[in-house]
Design a protein around this ligand. Structure first.
Ligand code: LLP
Length: 428
């Protein structure tokens, strides 16, 4: 499943002890495994091999340049949602023709940038957006390839914040509007219908919602293809769930077993855009215990990573496995307050009660100075981090076999105030 393994009581990332990384780079730090990332990409692509899938990595999950480069080298495409993400993908050395541009609120400058760079497709989510793309393309005297993002009104059975395919969410176009908009595309000169797209949510742990979505997309695609010879691709989105606890996600081949029979022979290019599935379990967050204290019956393990580094537990009530990095060194007696094991709240130093990495979690005795490994932090970890409480953002480290490299330096205190001034230059 991943390459973060216990060897003689020491957790390693591939062949590198996590403690070595902590000593060299400090904590908190995100640590990524190249082997896990590349392995996941290949297994996903192979599971769907019969469809010759175009796998577009959802950059929002983790946009580090080194991660993007590794995936580009594997032949990945990219799904982006902002000009900044296009910039990152290009900076990592990938070709713009491998980029699909999504999102319900693309600004004019973003559309211009995307058309200038020649991304593969812009997936449209409203009539107003289609108008703007048509207008921008006309000004540039070109024809923009667009897709229509369909909201299929399917319940993905996931956390409400990351559910995107129900009618009441802000995403996509209902099927009737999609048909109507496709009609107007035929009348416009500067846009051409190239694809259909749906993305119904994230951390989806059953194939059924995909089956429903794909069935609707294909029905629509077959109809629309009659009037639009340019309609060549169908993008079924990302959202494939992963193991956080260890038993919740189906195998990639189970998703494939449900979807391949529907999609084979459709005549469409099949695009997918997984993020979490590729990178989620390819990363951990390494943190050091600052203090252990008790309050009433409760044990609090206060560490140097906080909600600003990993907001998923606070924001979604998400579960991340947490374990000590060095189990061999654990002597059981612990410090005066660390004492026995049992349940603990694992928290950061941020001044909010919502600042926790785990609540009421079974944890062996730990004491100040011990290292903890927060699992499954490769997706929506660093990218959602902030400087709240004036905390510099964590370092990012990539491991490859027995070697490692810092792929994003820890922010400095000067970084914290970059662009700020205490002495405003007033503009009258
Ligand atoms: N495509 C589109 C259009 C998306 O909006 C997303 C994710 C993906 C693909 C990739 O989904 P994935 O395969 O990674 O599930 N911050 C949340 C997740 C937000 C997902 C947003 N959209 C979390 O930490 O759980």
């Amino acid at each position: 499943m991943d390459d973060f393994v216990d060897r003689n009581g020491r957790l390693h990332a591939e062949d590198v002890p996590l403690s070595r990384i902590a000593e060299s780079v400090g904590t908190p730090a995100f640590v990524y495994s190249r082997a896990t990332l590349v392995g996941h990409f290949r297994r996903f692509r192979d599971a769907f091999a019969e469809l010759r899938p175009h796998v577009g990595y959802a950059v929002k999950a983790n946009g580090n340049l080194a991660i993007l480069r590794l995936l580009a080298d594997e032949g990945a495409r990219f799904d982006v949602v902002s000009r900044g993400e296009i910039f990152r993908v290009l900076r990592a050395g990938a070709d713009a023709s491998r980029i699909d541009f999504e999102g319900p609120g693309k600004r004019k400058d973003e559309i211009e940038y995307a058309l200038d760079r020649k991304v593969r497709i812009l997936n449209v989510e409203s009539e107003a957006e289609l108008d703007l793309i048509d207008e921008v393309a006309a000004a540039k005297r070109l024809t923009a390839d667009v897709g229509l993002r369909v909201n299929p009104d399917v319940d993905p059975h996931t956390h409400v914040y990351i559910s995107t395919g129900k009618a009441e969410t802000k995403f996509g176009l209902d099927i009737e509007r999609t048909r109507r908009l496709a009609g107007t595309i035929a009348e416009r000169k500067h846009v051409r219908l190239k694809g259909l797209h749906a993305h119904i949510g994230s951390q989806i742990t059953e194939p059924a919602p995909y089956v429903e979505t794909v069935t609707r997309l294909l029905d629509l695609g077959r109809d629309l293809r009659r009037a639009h010879a340019s309609l060549v691709s169908i993008n079924i989105g990302g959202g494939f769930g992963i193991h956080y606890r260890g038993d919740e996600a189906p195998e990639m081949k189970e998703f494939a077993a449900a979807l391949v029979p529907l999609l084979r022979g459709s005549g469409f290019e099949i695009h997918m855009e997984p993020g979490r599935l590729l990178v989620g379990n390819a990363g951990v967050l390494l943190t050091r215990v600052t203090y252990v204290k008790r309050s009433g019956e409760k044990r609090f393990v206060i560490c140097d990573a906080a909600m600003n580094d990993l907001i998923r537990p606070s924001l979604y009530g998400a579960f991340h496995r947490i374990e000590p990095v060095e189990t061999r060194l654990r002597h059981g007696s612990g410090g005066q307050e660390g004492g026995s094991g049992g349940r603990a709240d694992i928290v950061g130093p941020v001044c909010e009660s919502g600042d926790f990495l785990a609540k009421d979690r079974d944890l062996p005795p730990v004491e100040a100075g011990d290292l903890l490994c927060v699992r499954s932090a490769g997706a929506y970890g660093f990218v959602m981090s902030s400087n709240y409480n004036a905390r510099p953002r964590a370092a990012e480290v990539l491991v490859d076999g027995a070697r490692f490299a810092v792929v994003r330096a820890r922010e400095t205190y000067d970084d914290l105030v970059r662009g700020e001034t205490a002495d405003p230059e007033w503009i009258p």
